[in-house]
Write a protein of this length. Structure first.
Length: 132
């Protein structure tokens, strides 16, 4: 077995993970990039941090959008959640149902009170299950 090849080691490589940057890090890098005045300083900064120039342009655009959004007038109070029209109709029907149930309970109580008063006074009330 002269030509026998030794088994190769199999190494499981972890899946690459996309980098994420915090807002303070982005702000600091933008400030450092704005402070670069000599030729080559900006490139050195980007190489040192492992960034691309597209990162800077994207972060600057995000910063400008956020500043404009922060200065825009906004309504006070909690934000209204968008409701599906079906959910609104369902809520309306449930409210109506609750009102009608309350009215029915009151009507049943009134009938019971009328029955008790008629018994106390000795009056005969017509039965509701009998045809007139």
């Amino acid at each position: 077995m002269l030509n026998e090849v030794p088994p190769q080691e199999t190494e499981v490589v972890a899946k690459a993970k996309r980098r994420s940057f915090t807002a303070t890090y982005k702000r600091d890098i933008i400030r450092q990039a704005d402070a670069c005045s000599q030729p080559g300083q900006l490139g050195a900064l980007l190489r040192r941090e492992g960034l691309y120039s597209s990162h800077l342009s994207t972060w600057r655009r995000e910063l400008q959008d956020k500043e404009l959004a922060a200065l825009a007038p906004s309504k006070r109070g909690p934000k209204a959640a968008f409701l599906d029209p079906r959910d609104q109709e369902l809520a309306s029907l449930r409210r109506d149902n609750a009102k009608l149930l309350l009215r029915a309970e009151r009507a049943e109580m009134l009938v019971e009170i009328q029955k008790k008063v008629s018994m106390l006074l000795g009056l005969e009330l017509p039965r509701t299950d009998e045809p007139r």
